[in-house]
Design a protein around this ligand. Structure first.
Ligand code: ATP
Ligand code: MG
Ligand code: MG
Length: 392
């Protein structure tokens, strides 16, 4: 298929599913992650000594160079990587051609959520109001005066699963917010009273052509994606086309190849705002493994290997994805849902093989495919009923 070796920065569940997809195409992958037996490394046996995985941080320049030495193409499964080193190894690195996808400048813009918003706004894309804010009570009060309350305060960097967010409901919480967000560089967003959250995966080829997947509805609980429904059902016949066009325009504005996840807010009046973009496979696209003609993982590989992109169409009428989030340090609760899942037709279980279960940690997911929305609901119901009270 391709004799190019792909290096992945990050070895979590996204790296694992990318590696699983690479194995079907017989593409060799090398993983850089500080977990010796993390989700991705666990499923790839290196085919040669020089292709052994690298133990270390994807933020460590030395380790990134070590990975770069072993591969032809570098890609990421997480955006919190050292982009200065990616810039350095892009193009000629120790006398060999090395390509980084997506382009390091893309990752650099996206990993700072404030810079990402500035970029989207300068390209005329719809986003809600945002401003830079200092980590001081005065600055936060000043911004709250401009954008109103509640106010969404966000860490500019290293955010995931809402852990860098603080909803300021009254000015008296400003100091609490600064402490909670660890004095990290912040910015503020106007509160968006959305009707629904939606998302679109977009794959960008090396030549800049893009192809989008169907629009999905994402349901969050405690800031973590809980459920995804594909395709989005709506009475507005223009919605899907509008959301896909916005997502495609946004992804075209970046450089480099690969899949991107575009998270959006849908307002009561049908308006759409982009929330944020991920320059990599995304939780809202897990469903594509079973429900689409080509999964987000395979299309990411096809894109970075300059192979023809695969069809992004759904191959089933209705699909859903349920995240399996750790409830405690025990897998017991998740196992209960898995046991139920194994008795339902059209249901696929994915467990990530993480060494420890923790409250709020993504441990796996379940995809449900069906011939109709009614059948989907009847297949999903027993799974939701099996969840512990507070998470269903
Ligand atoms: P992810 O794991 O998706 O990377 P994250 O830590 O980057 O998450 P965001 O996507 O910025 O966090 O926010 C998490 C959730 O908080 C959103 O999915 C949405 O439900 C809510 N949210 C974010 N921004 C706003 C806003 N401006 N107004 C209202 N709700 C918001
Ligand atoms: Mg994010
Ligand atoms: Mg998000």
């Amino acid at each position: 298929m391709s004799d190019k070796v792909v290096g992945i920065l990050g070895g979590g569940q996204l790296g694992r599913m990318l590696a699983a997809s690479a194995s079907l195409l017989n593409v060799n992958v090398v993983i850089l992650d500080d977990g010796h037996h993390g989700p991705a490394k666990r499923i790839v046996a290196p085919t040669a000594l020089h292709l052994s995985h690298v133990d270390g941080s994807f933020a460590n320049p030395e380790k990134i160079r070590e990975l770069a030495n072993k591969v032809d193409i570098l890609t990421i499964e997480i955006e919190h990587v050292n982009t200065a080193t990616l810039q350095e190894v892009q193009s000629a690195f120790q006398h060999k051609e090395l390509v980084v996808h997506p382009h390091p400048s893309t990752v650099e813009i996206i990993q700072d959520k404030y810079r990402q918003k500035v970029h989207l706004s300068s390209h005329g894309l719809p986003i809600s109001d945002f401003v830079a804010v200092e980590s001081s009570v005065e600055s936060i009060s000043d911004v709250a005066g401009k954008l109103g309350l509640p106010l969404m305060l966000k860490s500019r960097t290293l955010a995931y699963d809402g852990r860098g967010n603080f909803v300021l409901r009254e000015l008296g919480q400003a100091q609490e917010a600064i402490t909670f967000l660890n004095n990290r560089p912040l910015y503020a967003e106007r509160w968006v009273p959305f009707k629904q959250e939606i998302a679109v995966m977009v794959v960008r080829a090396v030549d800049g052509q893009v192809q989008s997947y169907p629009v999905v509805e994402t349901v969050h609980k405690d800031n973590i994606c809980h459920l995804v429904f594909a395709p989005l059902r709506s009475r507005d016949p223009s919605l899907s086309q509008r959301a896909r066009a916005i997502a495609e325009t946004a992804v075209k504005s970046f450089s480099g190849a690969g899949v991107f996840g575009v998270e959006m807010f849908l307002m009561e009046d049908g308006k759409i705002f982009i929330n944020e973009i991920a320059p990599r496979p995304h939780n809202s696209g897990h469903y594509t493994i079973e429900a689409c003609e080509t999964s987000q993982y395979e299309n990411h590989l096809r894109a970075i290997l300059s192979l023809p992109l695969g069809s992004t169409a759904l191959k089933v009428p209705s699909a859903a994805m349920l995240n399996l989030i750790g409830y405690s340090s025990s897998m017991q609760e998740i196992q209960k849902t898995v046991d139920v899942a194994l008795t339902i037709p059209g249901v696929s279980v994915h467990l990530y093989g993480k060494s420890e279960c923790r409250k709020g940690r993504k441990m796996g997911h379940i995809t449900i495919v069906a011939d109709s929305d009614a059948q989907l609901r009847s297949r999903l119901r027993p799974l939701l009923e099996s969840l512990p009270e507070s998470t269903s």
